[in-house]
Structures are given as C-alpha cells and as structure tokens.
Ligand binder design. Structure first.
Ligand SMILES: [Zn+2]
Length: 142
C-alpha cells in the first residue's frame, strides 16, 4: 500500500520525532484508529507524504468523497513532495470529543514551486473513527 520502502525504524514524516511504527503507521495500516483529531490530521499528512491513497479516502467524511478522488489524490502525490508539518492550534478533537478543528502548516515542493499550505481543518468522529470533513485552505508561496 505504501509506495516508499516500509522501513519501520524511520522517523515519522509528520514531524513528531517518533519512529513511524509508533506514530502514524498503526493508523495508516488500519491496526489502530487515530485517537484524536490531531492524530488523524498527522496521519493524513503522513499518508500524503508516503502515498497511502486508500487511507486518505477512507478517512474523508463520506459526503465529501468523490468517485475520482483516487485519481486526483494519486496525481497530487506524484507531483508534490511534502517537506514538513507544523500544528498551529487545535480546538476540541480529544478522545472524548466528537468534533474538532486543527490548524496546521504543511510545507511542500513541486517542480516549479515551493510553498506552504495553511489549513484550518474540521474533523468529526463516528463510531470511534475520526474523519476529515472540510477546511479553509490558503496556499502561500515561498
Ligand atoms: Zn506521525
């Protein structure tokens, strides 16, 4: 499922400084769902960085899934390198909540652009699984 070599000793791409195997991998591999909205957000960033398309679709709220998502996400993953994640703030989204907001900055590079994606994302919990609902996105160059 992951297109990079599955090296469990590598540091997690989400910037937690934890090994991948003890951070986002259990969520992405479906062993252990993310407990908080922030954990889900981190694992989705990591999924973008590693090319885990199915996980990105499965953790999107159902009403926001589209039939061509797999193709669009794969295309986006191919042309974008994610180079860092910073969590700016979180609101609710704890293990006892059923909704939450996470504001973050994700740095990226493409062939002709370096920039930051700044997003305030909304998450919802259903049956103990967090889902990405939608967000306000701003792309900054530089
Ligand atoms: Zn992680």
């Amino acid at each position: 499922m992951l297109h990079t070599q599955n090296d469990t000793t590598m540091t997690c791409p989400c910037g937690s400084n934890k090994p991948f195997a003890f951070c986002c991998e259990p969520a992405i591999e479906g062993h252990k769902p993310a407990k908080t909205a922030e954990a889900l957000m981190r694992s989705r960033y990591t999924a973008f960085a590693l090319g885990a398309v199915d996980y990105l679709i499965n953790t999107t709220a159902e009403e926001h899934r589209n039939p061509d998502d797999a193709e669009l996400i794969s295309e986006q993953i191919k042309v974008t390198t994610w180079t860092g994640l910073k969590i700016v703030s979180t609101e609710n989204g704890g293990s006892g909540d059923d909704q939450g907001t996470v504001e973050f900055i994700a740095r990226f590079e493409t062939d002709d652009q370096t920039g930051e994606l700044c997003e305030k994302s909304n998450f919802r919990k259903e049956n103990n699984h967090w889902y990405y609902v939608d967000g306000e996105v701003e792309i900054r160059n530089g």
